[in-house]
Design a protein around this ligand. Structure first.
Ligand SMILES: Nc1ncnc2c1ncn2[C@@H]1O[C@H](COP(=O)(O)OP(=O)(O)OP(=O)(O)O)[C@@H](O)[C@H]1O
Ligand SMILES: [Mg+2]
Length: 551
């Protein structure tokens, strides 16, 4: 029995005894008794005496520095919503910032099931028990749709010991995902071969939710994201870009048509490199693209929507004048001989189109300046104001990458992301686009494109997107085109216009049968606990974490 309790009982007994013996009056005796229990009350309030009702499983482990106590709480999330995740995160990080208890948020996969655990660890077992009860009641009362209960996992003792000693940047809170522990690929949900994969979301049309990922072989071909306005295309492309790099280590070149993706990636707290072509960053001189004049003409025809006579005049200028840049090309076209009034018209029209690239956005097309393809590179097309120049820049970039690889320059696999692809690919001239889509994959260039109008891009593009992610489509024409290219059954055709934001029918080489998938904004299946806290950064900011499996 603790000393303070013994002292209290003796003092109270003595005060009552003194009344019984007639030494003091009743009121003095009671006052003495109350005074004598004061230290006990103080002791209890300070939380240093545990009552039987507060006795709960506290595990203790020993490291070289003495004993470490820890409690493990499991959080069962009944309904997945962002508010649940952020509610839990807020309560836990608030408690952790108080200091004396170290918290670990741990997320582990068991088969397809993700378990979210909170480990509390301290050297003071009494303090730990009180804190665990406080946390449980706070979570249960402040966050809806969760259940929090104690679990006993002795295997986590080394992690708890480590957590107490680790230097923590984030106010007593450590985030750990299974990937950090096993130091293998970040996404392993549903996989057993450990190959490269990108988590997309949850399959909805199965009896129970199941994680869905793009597998290695899906990432050998192009990806098409389709859907009407507001259906979730841009979000899906951003998710793909983020995970291509963070989960599959595929560098990403994102051609950002409106600047929206830059904002989306920033909102997710990701680091990426941004280029402004209008100031000459990542500039591309179209006349550097290839020594093959026919190829050059085919790209310029597409970029500048040249008519056949304009294309022919361009060919003459390139052959006769051997210009090295657009300024020189303008000068050469100027002095080409004119055999008729018709020729003069064609020349004016051609010069007007080239002029759109040399004026205003001139720096974007002046001299070729490469981009280091590492991590996520975002090219801000929106800074190129003229829409024709913007489309041209996108096409020249694609042609440049393609030509470089086709000429034998080896490089890593790259994912090229292009939203609003109809702006770039629509139109009559398809030869260059067809070649790009049918041949670039063999050079390791994966195109991930999105468009609201699958019926307005060349059919060859549709056929060459091996992975199709189809969000809600409302136009009958687009629905028909998609239903035909994906051979959708009636059931899927009927729900095409009823899908909610982020819901999509997905078909890929590894999943040839279409599946209904909810694209998830969290980076790993069921990983609600981590998302709001890490904001897209790699989950564990604390290196050197022990491998609990080998301990
Ligand atoms: N996977 C998702 N989960 C939850 N919400 C989503 C998801 N995808 C999109 N949304 C929401 O739907 C809205 C529209 O998304 P988004 O801008 O990606 O659509 P879009 O098809 O690119 O639209 P637009 O054609 O106008 O460019 C956004 O508010 C976004 O937050
Ligand atoms: Mg969009």
């Amino acid at each position: 029995m603790p000393l303070v309790l013994r002292f209290t009982l003796v003092a109270a007994a003595l005060s009552l005894l003194s009344y019984a013996l007639g030494v003091v009056k009743l009121e003095y005796s009671l006052a003495l008794a109350v005074l004598s229990i004061t230290p006990l009350v103080v002791f209890i309030i300070k939380g240093r005496l545990r009552f039987p009702s507060l006795r709960i499983p506290v595990s203790t482990s020993h490291n070289g520095l003495g004993s470490v106590s820890f409690r493990i709480l499991e959080v069962e999330v009944k309904a997945r919503r962002d508010s649940v995740a952020s509610g839990i995160a807020k309560v836990v990080s608030d408690r952790a910032s108080r200091g004396d208890i170290r918290y670990v948020l741990l997320s582990v996969m068991e088969g397809d099931l993700r378990r979210s655990l909170i480990i509390l660890t301290s050297r003071d077992a009494g303090r730990l028990s009180v804190e665990a009860e406080v946390l449980k009641s706070l979570l249960s009362s402040l966050v809806e749709d969760i259940r929090v209960y104690d679990v006993n996992i002795p295997e986590l003792a080394p992690l708890a010991s480590w957590a107490l000693e680790a230097r923590v940047h984030s106010k007593g809170l450590i985030l750990v995902s299974e990937s950090t522990l096993s130091s293998r690929h970040p996404f392993k949900g549903g996989s057993n071969d450990g190959s490269t994969r990108i988590y997309l979301g949850e399959v909805l049309d199965k009896p129970y939710p199941k994680p869905f990922a793009l597998e290695g072989r899906d990432l050998e071909g192009h990806i098409g994201v389709f859907g009407s306005t507001g259906s979730g295309k841009s979000t899906t492309l951003s998710v793909l870009a983020e995970r291509a790099w963070y989960q599959a280590r595929i560098p990403v070149l994102l051609l950002d048509w409106t600047g929206e993706h830059s904002s989306l990636l920033k909102a997710r707290g990701l680091s990426f490199k941004e280029y402004n072509p209008a100031t000459g960053e990542a500039a591309i001189n179209p006349l550097d693209l290839s020594k093959d004049i026919d190829y050059l003409v085919s790209v310029m025809v597409k970029a500048l929507s040249l008519s056949p006579p304009q294309a022919y005049m361009l060919l003459r200028a390139l052959e006769q004048g051997k210009p090295r840049n657009l300024r020189e090309l303008e000068a050469v076209v100027e002095i080409l001989s004119e055999e008729s009034k018709w020729d003069r018209e064609v020349k004016r029209a051609l010069l007007r189109k080239i002029g759109m690239l040399t004026r205003g956005s001139y720096d974007a097309f002046k001299e070729t300046r490469g981009v280091a393809l590492e991590g996520i590179c975002v090219i801000r097309l929106d800074y190129v104001r003229n829409v024709l120049a913007r489309k041209s820049y996108a096409l020249f970039t694609l042609a440049g990458l393609f030509m470089e690889r086709a000429s034998g320059v080896e490089g890593p696999k790259v994912m090229i992301v292009l939203d609003e692809a109809h702006n770039v690919f629509s139109g009559e001239e398809v030869a260059f686009i067809e070649q790009l889509f049918s041949e670039s994959r063999k050079y390791g260039l994966i195109l991930a494109i999105a468009t609201q109008s699958p019926s307005s891009i060349p059919n060859s593009v549709l056929l060459n997107t091996n992975t199709k992610i189809v969000h809600a489509l409302r136009s009958a024409r687009d629905k028909n085109v998609i239903a035909e290219t994906m051979s959708l059954t009636r059931d899927y055709i009927d729900i095409l216009d009823k899908l909610g934001p982020g819901e999509a029918i997905v078909q890929s080489p590894s999943n040839p049968e279409p599946l209904l998938v909810q694209i998830q904004l969290v980076n790993e299946p069921g990983d609600e606990l981590h998302q709001p806290l890490v904001q897209g950064k790699p989950v564990n900011p604390n290196p050197g974490i022990p491998d609990i499996k080998s301990s």
